[in-house]
Design a protein around this ligand. Structure first.
Ligand code: ATP
Length: 356
C-alpha cells in the first residue's frame, strides 16, 4: 500500500530571528498509484516538501505516513522511495548498464545474471538498449534523463519522487518525455510525486495538482478543477496561460463597475454583500469579440496559428484575449467584446478568496 499522507507537515530552516518557514502545516494525501504534481512559484516550498517525503529533510513537526507505516523518523534509505532529479545524478565513470544495475547490486543479493536481465528489461522499456555500453557524457540530455528514470524504475520502489526532472531538456523533447513519463507511470502504477514550477507541465501530467504558495498548500484538484474552480485569486492567476485577467471593480447595489466601459449586473447569487470593491476575473478565452459590446483598445496581436492572442486595454487596464485566428484587429484600432457571465470570477479584495 503506497498511499502517502502528510499530516500538518511543517519545515523551518534556521533558528531565532533568521528562521525561514519553508513549509507551513501542509495536509496532503497522495493516493495509491496516483501521479500528483506539486506546483508553485520559485521558493514556495515544493522542493522542501518533496525532500521531507523522501527523508532528505527532517520535518520540524507533523507526520508522514506511507500506507499505514509512519516514516517520519526514518532516514531516506529506509523509506523505499526512488528520486529523480533535474541534474540526473548519474555516475559519470560507469556505463549505462552499470548505472542501471548499481543500486540493485548494492541493495539486493540477486545473482549478476538476474540483475543483468532486469537492466535489459528496463532498458527495453525506455528504448535505451543501444546505449548500455556508453558513458553518461556520451549521451544527450534526453538519453541521460531516461537512464535516470531507469535507475529509479529498476529499484521497484514504493514511490517515485521527481524534482523538475525534465527542466534541462529543450521544449520539444520535454513535451515528448512528459507523455512517455506519464504512460510509464500509469503502466507501473507507482505512487508518484512530481515537482515543477511549470503550470502547463503540471496540468498536462498530474492526475491531480497541488498548488503551493508561500509554504502553504492552496488547492488540490484535477487540472480542470484548479482551472475552472480556483479557491482564490492566486490559484486563478497561477494556473492558465495566458493568465486570467483580473481587475478591481466597485460595488454599487447590484451593479459592478470596472475599468473603461466594464459593468456587470450582479445576480442574487453573487455573494458580494458588505463589500465596496471586488476583484473581477475573466479568462482570456471567455472574452468574445462582438459588434456591440465593451470597448477595447488594441495594442498587440500575436498570431499563434490555431488562435490569436490579443493584448488590449480596457480603460487603464491591460487585458488579454484568445480570439479566432481569422480575427486580426490592428494595433490602434478599437474592438468591442462581450463575456459569458457564468465564466466571470469574483474574488475578495482583502483575502483573495473566490466568492463564486
Ligand atoms: P524552486 O522552484 O526555486 O526550487 P521551491 O518551491 O522548490 O523553489 P524550496 O526550495 O522548497 O522552494 O524553498 C522554500 C524556502 O525555503 C525558500 O525560501 C528557500 O530559500 C528556503 N530553503 C530551502 N532550503 C533551505 C535550506 N537548506 N536552508 C535554508 N533555507 C532553505
Amino acid at each position: 500500500m503506497s498511499r502517502i499522507t502528510l499530516d500538518t507537515v511543517r519545515k523551518e530552516f534556521g533558528s531565532g530571528g533568521d528562521k525561514i518557514l519553508a513549509v507551513e502545516d501542509v495536509d496532503l494525501e497522495i493516493r495509491d498509484g496516483e501521479f500528483l504534481v506539486l506546483v508553485g512559484p520559485s521558493g514556495c516550498g515544493k522542493t522542501t516538501t518533496l525532500r521531507c517525503v523522501a527523508g532528505l529533510e527532517d520535518v520540524t513537526s507533523g507526520r508522514i505516513t506511507f500506507g499505514d507505516r509512519d516514516v517520519t523518523g526514518l532516514r531516506a534509505r529506509e523509506r523505499d522511495v526512488a528520486m529523480v532529479f533535474q541534474n540526473y545524478a548519474l555516475y559519470p565513470h560507469m556505463d549505462v548498464r552499470r548505472n542501471l544495475g548499481f543500486g540493485l547490486k548494492l541493495s539486493t543479493k540477486l545473482p549478476a545474471a538476474e540483475i543483468d536481465q532486469q537492466v535489459e528489461d528496463v532498458a527495453e522499456m525506455l528504448g535505451i538498449e543501444e546505449l548500455l555500453g556508453q558513458k553518461p557524457k556520451e549521451l544527450s540530455g534526453g538519453q541521460q534523463q531516461r537512464v535516470a528514470l531507469g535507475r529509479a524504475i529498476i529499484r521497484d520502489p514504493e514511490a517515485f519522487l521527481m524534482d523538475e526532472p525534465l527542466s534541462n531538456l529543450d521544449a520539444k523533447l520535454r513535451s515528448q518525455m512528459r507523455t512517455e513519463l506519464q504512460t510509464l507511470q500509469h503502466e507501473l502504477d507507482v505512487t508518484t510525486v512530481y515537482v515543477t514550477h511549470d503550470q502547463t507541465e503540471a496540468m498536462a501530467m498530474g492526475d491531480r495538482i497541488a498548488v503551493m504558495n508561500g509554504g502553504t498548500l492552496q488547492q488540490v484538484g484535477t487540472a480542470e478543477e484548479v482551472y475552472r474552480d480556483p479557491v482564490n485569486e492566486f490559484v486563478a492567476d497561477f494556473i492558465g496561460s495566458p493568465s486570467i485577467n483580473v481587475f478591481d471593480a466597485t460595488v454599487d447595489g447590484a451593479r459592478l463597475d470596472g475599468p473603461g466601459e466594464f459593468s456587470y449586473h450582479l445576480s442574487e447569487t453573487d455573494p458580494v454583500e458588505g463589500l465596496r470593491t471586488v476583484r473581477v476575473g475573466i479568462r482570456p478565452e471567455d472574452i468574445q469579440l462582438v459588434d456591440n459590446g465593451i470597448k477595447l483598445g488594441v495594442n498587440v496581436l500575436e498570431p499563434m496559428g490555431n488562435e490569436n492572442f490579443l493584448y488590449a486595454t480596457l480603460g487603464e487596464q491591460e487585458v488579454t484575449a484568445r480570439i479566432d485566428p481569422t480575427n486580426r484587429p490592428h494595433p490602434g484600432e478599437s474592438v468591442s467584446f462581450a463575456f459569458d457571465e457564468a465564466a466571470l470570477y469574483l474574488f475578495d479584495p482583502e483575502t483573495g478568496a473566490s466568492l463564486k
